[in-house]
Write a protein that binds this ligand. Sequence first.
Ligand code: MN
Length: 308
Amino acid sequence: MSENGNVTNDEESSAPHALEVTPSRDAKVGGLSVRRALPTRGRRTVGAWCFVDHMGPESIAPGRSFDVAPHPHIGLQTVTWLFRGAYLHRDSLGSEQLIRAGELNLMTSGRGVAHSEENPGRTSGVMHGVQLWVALPSTSREGAAAFEHLTGLPRLDLENASATVLVGSFAAQESKARHDTEHVGVELDLHGGGTAFALVPSYEYAIIVADGKVLLDGHVITPGQLGYMGAGRDECVLESRGPSRAMLVGGEPFEEKPFMWWNFVARTQDEISDAWRAWTMRDERFAAVASTLDRINVAAPPWLTSTL
Ligand code: MN
């Protein structure tokens, strides 16, 4: 492995994948700084997870807006999970839900949904969390939209750590959250020292670090990096010098090749074009969101501009 984390080993080998560490991209969502760990040029998915944004921690001055106005999604689930702060979720199904830290907000777009994420006006002053997307498989990506909000997620103690299971199964605990593919998402709160836990060898896994730093396979992983472990591992050992927080995502490798543009996850350009037209022309595919904010519109995808 080279200094920058590039791996040159044979990915077809049955031996456990060597750790790949890739930098996140800096982006802004609703004015908040995010580190986008997935997708990157070299990696589109980890299991069915296709998007990993780590937002903050960022202090919010009184009166400052971090709203994300109504916008559409297709072909995915949004998984919003806050460590601090709060959002008000509104969607085209009529849902209006305050998202607090430690509560799972899971929106399944199916063929089409729209939502906003708004400043509820009662944050702690600090926003810190993740928004993750799961690519829906073909069996449900053209299906109905749905929304669920879960509190009291399974928590368990590990050596020198505690874990919260957002989605899927981890260490014999299973979240009730809907999952249309075999995947798992876990918050790991490391207290300092070493923590070992079992992995499913057929799953591929990655971690991001939200607070502190975590030693994995001899690499120090810090916020702003994705540590991709690949498949074929039956155990993960993490070490930290003090309190640290990481998110573990994993799942059966997603065999369908997602094609992503803006807020859409599809398979082809034509599917994306159809979704963009439907949103832009206010087609009934995307119902209205009960928000006072103006909806977000974007210019046509680049492959359409020559025909407009
Ligand atoms: Mn969204």
